[in-house]
Every structure is written in C-alpha cells, then in structure tokens.
Design a binder for this molecule. Structure first.
Ligand SMILES: Nc1ncnc2c1ncn2[C@@H]1O[C@H](COP(=O)(O)OP(=O)(O)OP(=O)(O)O)[C@@H](O)[C@H]1O
Ligand SMILES: [Mg+2]
Length: 258
C-alpha cells in the first residue's frame, strides 16, 4: 500500500478553494497527492449561458454531444486551469491534465446517460512519473471509452478509479456538506456499505451524494483504501479528513471498525 492520497474537490469547494489548496500544497510536500476536480455548478452556469439543457439521473448528468462540448471546455479549460494556477500561486508544482491526456483514464459507457463513462482503467506510469518528481497531477474528469469517444465522468467516479488504479492509501471526497446525513439530519462519522445502500433505497442519500457514496464503496474494493467524505470549506479540512475520525464520514465495507 502506497502513501498516495487522492483528493477530489467538489463544485462549491472550488469557489472557496484557497484554504484547501494551501493544505494540498502542504500535504504534497510529505506524500504523493493526486487532485481530481468536479465542476458541476460551473458547468450548470455555462450550460445555461449557452442554452444547452441537461438533466440528472441518479446524480449523473445526462450528456449529449452538445453538453459534452461544454463539459470538456469548462472542466479542462476553465476549472482545471484555474486550479492549477491557484496551486502554483501557493507554491505547489501542479500539472493539469484531463483523463484524455496520455490515455490517463479509460472508460466504459454507462447506459441511458449519454456520453458518460465510468473509469475501468488508469495509466498509472504517467502519474507515477509526475509524482516521483514532486509534481501534483490535477485531473479533469474526462475519459475515452473503448471506441475512442471522449466522455464525461462523474468526478467522484474518476477519483475512485484513480484511487483503485494507484492503490492509494486514502481518498478524500471534499464537498459542500459536512458528510453523509441520516434521515434525522445527523452527520454520520462512519457508514457501512449495507447502511449506505439502505439510505440510498430510502431516498435519504440522494442526488450528487449517490455517485459519491458509490465511489467511496468502489475505492474500498481496493483493500485498505480509506474513503472519507467531508466539507472542503471547513478549517483544516484536508488534514482533519486524513487524521480525525470524527471529521466527515468514513465509508467502510463492513461493520468492522465502523
Ligand atoms: N444524505 C445526504 N447527506 C448529505 N448530503 C446529501 C445527502 N443526500 C443528498 N445530498 C446532497 O449531495 C450534495 C453533494 O453532491 P454534489 O454533486 O452536489 O456536489 P459535489 O460532488 O461536491 O460537486 P461536483 O458534483 O461539482 O463535483 C450535497 O450538497 C447535498 O445537497
Ligand atoms: Mg457531484
């Protein structure tokens, strides 16, 4: 098991990102970090501005060719460049790339959501060579499918694919809520796969939290990867996610340790 940590920054976190980027820079001086970003809210703004309509199915944006053009432009062009620039401002040697660059992410198309893929393969040597030289890869969630089509990937799914492909020790999914909440609105410190499935079935876990929980469960399939869902705008959010078991929600495969 490596010391690699995969950090995913969610939509709202991107707007309030300075603090967490300073932390990313700090952690990256001690251990290899791969950053993945979403961009849901920015994409919604651009789609509206350009008059392209989209809808969500189980938290995934149904992506037709027009929406994919906007997704690729916004994720790789706008959001990724902003993040790389902001990280470089705080002394972090960040390198931006999308899952298409260097054949980094291979995807398989999901059914009924258009040009949306789930990650099935990672070109690990590309990331290893960046991390070995102290650089921080910043990955925009796009992938090519088996037919060579560029597809949108939910960023939580991209993070899980990267964590599994790299054998990461920890994966932190940073979002705009403090963790998974139960039906009474209480934040859970930890959740098992079984309870998570139950809360999804009951509609308590819904929308964008569904792909997040599924991504955390997929990352667990890699034995030993710890998956944490937490609020990226909280003070010391990354350090606490990595070290404090009461911060955010830890997702585990079974009751053991939960
Ligand atoms: N049970 C739950 N507990 C906590 N949040 C939940 C729950 N069910 C649904 N949510 C929603 O999930 C949202 C987080 O997912 P969302 O996809 O909106 O953000 P993100 O993944 O951080 O950003 P992006 O999609 O841009 O990468 C929260 O803002 C919250 O409204
Ligand atoms: Mg999301």
């Amino acid at each position: 098991m490596s010391e690699i940590v995969v950090v995913k920054l969610g939509g709202t976190t991107l707007a309030d990102q300075h603090q967490v980027l300073v932390e990313v820079a700090k952690v990256a001086r001690k251990r290899p970090v791969v950053l993945v970003h979403g961009g849901g809210k920015r994409m919604t703004e651009w789609l509206a501005r350009l008059g392209v309509e989209t809808r969500f199915e189980n938290g995934l944006r149904v992506t037709d060719p027009a929406a994919l053009e906007v997704a690729a432009a916004v994720l790789r062009g706008v959001v990724n460049s902003e993040l790389v620039a902001a990280l470089r401002d705080v002394g972090c040697d960040a390198v931006g790339l999308s899952g298409v660059d260097g054949g980094l992410l291979i995807g398989r198309r999901l059914e009924n959501v258009g040009l949306v893929a789930t990650v099935t393969g990672v070109r690990r040597d590309l990331l290893d060579s960046l991390m070995v030289s102290g650089q921080v890869p910043v990955v925009a969630p796009l992938a090519r499918d088996e037919e060579g089509m560029v597809c949108n990937v939910n960023a939580d799914d991209a993070a899980a694919g990267l964590a599994a492909g790299l054998g990461a020790r920890q994966m932190v999914l940073m979002t705009d809520v403090d963790g998974i909440r139960d039906a009474d609105g209480n934040k859970l410190d930890s959740i098992t796969a079984e309870r998570a499935e139950q809360l999804i079935a009951e509609g308590v876990i819904r929308g964008g939290m569904i792909p997040k929980v599924k991504a955390a469960l997929a990352a667990l399939a890699w034995e030993g990867t710890e998956a944490i869902i937490s609020d990226g705008s909280a003070e010391n959010a990354l350090t606490r996610s990595l070290e404090d078991p009461t911060f955010g929600t830890r997702v585990s495969a079974s009751g053991a340790g939960a």
